[in-house]
Design a protein around this ligand. Sequence first.
Ligand SMILES: [Zn+2]
Length: 500
Amino acid sequence: MTDLTLYNTLMGRKEKFTPLDADNVRMYVCGPTVYDRPHIGNARAVVVYDVLFRLLKHLYPKVTYARNITDVDDKINAAAKANGEPISALTQRVTQWFHDDMDALGNLRPTIEPRATEEIAPIIALIEKIIANGCAYVAGGEVLFEVGKVGQLDEYFYGKLSGKKLEDLIAGARIGKKDHKRNPGDFVLWKPANPGDDLSSVFDSPWGAGRPGWHIECSAMSSKYLQDFRKSEDDPARYDFDIHGGGADLKFPHHENEIAQSLCGNPGSHFAHTWVHNGFVTVNGEKMSKSLGNFITVKDLLDKEVKGEVIRYALLSAKYNEPLDWTERRLEEAEKALEKLYRTVRILKEDDGSYIAVPYNHVKVLLPDDFLQTLTNDFNTYESLMYLHRQVIKIGKARSEESKLHERRILVECGKFLGFFEQNLNESHHWTKESREFHAKLANVVKTALDDTYINEQIALRTTAKKAKNFAEADRIREELAAQGIILEDSAQGTTWRKA
Ligand SMILES: [Zn+2]
């Protein structure tokens, strides 16, 4: 089997990936906080881990991929209040948006998608263990994690993942209103409800009614769904699961805190073995933000008729752990690239059955080693896209029809593996902006022509109805056209029409 190497942020090096249990590889990725439409930065993480999920599925017999939905959070409470709607209505709607938009980009659904509000019991149980182990305390109505207590837990120390120094965090942090904290770096595990809070965000706990902090849910849910129960508590080399992924912006404080909580709550466990982080997305070199007006959601792009596969291609066109700058040019290049790939697949008239417009079906295909190596070597999706283009050249150079078909089959299989070639070949003829505009114009011309024909037909039917003294039918036709903005005018010469 081809060795998989991944850059492990926790160790600060590229490592050969060895699953804890080769019969069930387990991956956890931090999912969305459901208060707004997913933007392209959110989408990048989903697409990157989707390809990693596909790769693991290809390499191992079983993969369990858990991605949470954060449906209890201050941002959710604030958004629901601003919209004047119940929290549950907001979180349900935004969860649906997230699924719709991520499906449109060709992402497979994770194996498990736990929601924080449905996992309050394991969250409380973990907080109780952390308190019992002396790493958390109750103050000001909150349960706080005491970062100073982490010390050296096995090989882990607080700040190992993010490269932050505990002393700096303590010295650098401003003491704000939360002066009940023993240490400015301490973070919330449970916070009390505020008067008037929507009850769907309020839960009973041993510390009073309230809700969990953000970090604790990932510690609780990843362990609940992915922990390797076959190993004993006292096995010093025990990890809960193989891969923990998320955006680089989550390294601190979110992921650092996840590790600290899990190690304090489950002594002897090292939590996740390999920490994978995908890079930031900037827009024209700037950080994406609503105030800068450069905030791009997946839906914005889909509404502009940019195809899901184009967005996916653009998001995979940089190495996963490097920053990706989103520009009009990157999008245009992705459109051109896909147009070329589809054109190449379509141009061979003889169909050998290797192209079917259906999503990747998880059935293992024999992928060429050199293609797989682009991904197994720290997961270089840019190289794997380049591989597709080298196949295009190979097809062009192939001398016999047979070898053309052979190379095409490889192109289709590798492309499908990456989440492309899910469009019907006959419908894939307007990928680029120019082509889309041309087709939109054409469709308009056809529509206008059809409208004229339709109206004239209706006028003729009405005239016939009038002659037969069927005035009810004649009036019905007139009213129906009026409802569509077409006004009929009768004169001695006959009936004419105009737009209202
Ligand atoms: Zn998380």
